[in-house]
Design a protein around this ligand. Structure first.
Ligand SMILES: [Zn+2]
Length: 180
């Protein structure tokens, strides 16, 4: 368990056992109101330039890259991660924004197609359909912002042996065994 320069590293088997993690959240340092189990992934850097590789080898190059990605991603099971009321509220807001964008976009897209099929003389409906179509993938942005890795500022180390937390709150760090 190391702890320097605002980065805390915890062994994967430590975070994988329930009851080991602090009772205060890593982000705000407030008392946890909820504990969550989830899976953290490691970040993967893929060799080679995306554009030249795709240009040169097309679909094959992309398939190779995906394969490389699958082999390099390491995951860690996290048991009972503390989330305070602020964490819970932030997550709920981002997820609500994501579903509003997605379902709003879907409704605008499908609705305008249905209306234009049964009614004439509304050329602007095509614009509504396009706007709806554009909104749907934008839902990915708030979805990522509300995701647990983003909220907890934690990720799996490249070798999969530990979980790395960036700038955890002092209350969180204080409850870890090595700093007690
Ligand atoms: Zn929090």
């Amino acid at each position: 368990m190391s702890h320097h320069a605002g980065v805390v590293t915890l062994p994967a088997d430590f975070v994988g056992r329930p009851g080991n993690l602090p009772r205060h959240c890593s982000r705000h340092g407030l008392r946890a109101v909820r504990e969550r189990d989830f899976v953290l992934q490691s970040k993967v850097k893929i060799e080679g330039n995306r554009f030249t590789q795709v240009g040169r080898r097309g679909v094959l190059g992309m398939a190779e890259r995906l394969d490389q990605h699958g082999k390099k991603v390491r995951t860690t099971d996290v048991k009972g991660w503390p989330l305070c009321r602020k964490c819970v509220r932030t997550r709920a807001l981002w997820l609500a924004a994501a579903s509003a964008l997605f379902f709003g976009g879907l409704a605008a897209f499908a609705g305008s197609l249905i209306v234009s099929a049964i009614a004439d003389g509304m050329p602007w409906l095509a614009g509504v359909a396009v706007a709806g179509f554009v909104l749907m993938p934008l839902a990915a942005v708030p979805f990522v912002l509300g995701s647990l890795p983003r909220l907890t500022r934690a990720q799996t180390s490249p070798d999969g042996a530990s979980v790395v937390i960036e700038n955890p709150s002092p209350a969180f760090t204080a409850e870890l065994p090595s700093t007690r």
